[in-house]
Write a protein that binds this ligand. Structure first.
Ligand code: IFM
Length: 459
């Protein structure tokens, strides 16, 4: 096999990503309010290994060490999220200065290290008191989000140049409100449709606030996109593929890019009894225009694709309409690996929706490889995953896709939501007993990729 060197644009943001609840710990320190994830994890039976994010990676206390590790890797950018209940413990009203100070120090520390901060405002840890008032199913939560955005961006807006409003509204709606695996643990599709609308609305309302408080900054939103790959063009495949693409992707992309919610999906939801015959009754005048606020970039989280094969289960048989793809290699999450899916996705987003810029705000793989006897972590499978996905991203850039950065999920091993600590996505190993961090082989390789602004890939 031959190999060749591929390179990236000069100003490409090589980064890594985390989120507040997954790494910070200090769940009730310095005036922080309770979040829905604190509550969810403290309720027995919700997390597979019975763990919580109470301590997690103790990043709240160890952030200087973590920034030093980022610097050692040569990261150009770091994506993290801000814990809303650290800033506004009750969701709105009284501001917790200690929370603002924490993120202020973090941002200053990153800038001193030459690392561009990419904060996400909402990565799932809603203040619990807002959930008590209805959570994202209530329009008032979208209003509270704007207040939170204003407080935070007035404080950090002079230094932050890239803002992400939300992380993966799909996961909030689907995992948290349709199948109940994530906080707040609801199983109600009609509610989840309201939740999505209020998440998107709060994004749209937050955009002008960020522009006002952080002049010249880029503003965007992050979606998890799950391409549907059709193994044949049979009528069943096309119909089911279109439906899944509607549920996972178009329901979010279309309104954000001014196309309203997709009509075929609205009709399906009415037919399924998830919406009344009148349709989207929670949409008020002006909402769709607000949601379609002009943004500077689209953040894309990419992990896997869904492959539909011919033997797809017909609708109405009460089974998921997806056949298994056992011959495809999977990560420890059981997610099939498909680098070409990333290439196809980036092209699709560019040609169909034309965002000004794209960032891959998450992409990575869970593998449990730990230290060998010599202390080294030989996570060759993660390294292969990243190599293949970086190459796919570079092919997309060569096709004209305005991809401006790539954030590996995740900087360090962390709390993987309802799976607890068993799943490890980190470039850096965390020993949860001692909080020791060790760079895995993939991290050392990534360091070289960043230094070279490129890599060697098999042809
Ligand atoms: O850990 C999560 C992250 O919080 C959101 N995107 C997917 C990751 C892996 O499941």
């Amino acid at each position: 096999m031959t190999s060749h060197v591929i390179t990236f644009p000069d100003d490409f943001f090589w980064g890594a990503a985390t989120s507040a609840y997954q790494i910070e710990g200090a769940w009730d320190e310095d005036g922080k309010g309770e979040s829905i994830w604190d509550h969810f994890c403290h309720t027995p039976g919700n997390i597979e290994d019975g763990s919580t994010g109470d301590v997690a990676c103790d990043h709240y206390h160890r952030w200087p060490e973590d920034i030093a590790l980022m610097k050692e890797l040569g990261l150009k950018a770091y994506r993290f999220s801000v814990s809303w209940p650290r800033i506004l413990p009750a969701g709105r009203g009284k501001v917790n200065q200690a929370g603002l100070d924490f993120y202020s120090r973090l941002v200053d520390g990153l800038l001193e290290a030459g690392i561009e901060p990419f904060p996400t405002l909402y990565h799932w840890d809603l203040p619990r008191s807002l959930q008590d008032e209805g959570g994202w199913a209530a329009r008032s939560t979208a209003e509270a989000f704007v207040e939170y955005t204003d407080v935070l961006s007035r404080h950090l807006g002079d230094r932050v140049k890239h803002w992400i409003t939300h992380n993966e509204p799909f996961s909030v709606a689907f995992l948290g409100h349709q199948i109940g695996e994530h906080a707040p643990g609801l199983k109600d599709t009609p509610t989840s449709l309201k939740v999505i609308h209020h998440l998107l609305l709060s994004h749209g309302w937050a955009v002008p606030v960020l522009r006002r408080n952080s002049p010249g900054a880029e503003v965007g939103i992050t979606l998890v996109c799950i391409p549907i790959v059709l193994a044949s063009s049979s009528a069943d495949n096309l119909r089911v593929g279109r439906k899944l693409d509607g549920q996972f992707n178009r329901w979010y992309l279309d309104p954000l890019y001014g196309r309203h919610y997709p009509a075929d999906q609205v009709a399906e939801h009415i037919a399924d009894g998830n919406l009344p015959a009148e349709g989207l009754v929670f949409v008020e005048p002006g909402d769709m225009e607000a949601i379609a606020a002009q943004t500077d970039f689209l953040g894309v989280n990419y992990y896997t694709t869904i492959v539909l094969r011919d033997e797809v289960v017909p609708e109405g048989e009460n089974q998921p309409p997806v056949s298994s793809v056992s011959e495809v290699e999977c990560t420890d999450m059981g997610w099939p690996i498909n680098p070409d899916g990333l290439y196809q996705l980036l092209n699709r987003l560019h040609f169909e929706y034309q965002p000004g810029k794209l960032y891959i705000t998450e992409s990575g793989a869970s593998y449990s490889d730990g230290p060998d006897k010599d202390g080294r972590i030989r996570d060759q499978r993660r390294l292969n995953y990243l190599r293949q996905h970086f190459a796919a991203a570079q092919r997309a850039i060569k096709c004209g896709v305005p991809l401006a950065g790539y954030f590996v999920w995740s900087l360090i091993d962390n709390f993987e939501w309802n799976k607890g600590y068993a799943q490890r996505f980190g470039l850096i190993w965390v020993d949860y007993e001692t909080q020791q961090r060790i760079l895995k082989d993939s991290a050392l390789w990534y360091k070289q990729v960043i230094a070279d602004n490129g890599l060697v890939t098999p042809t």
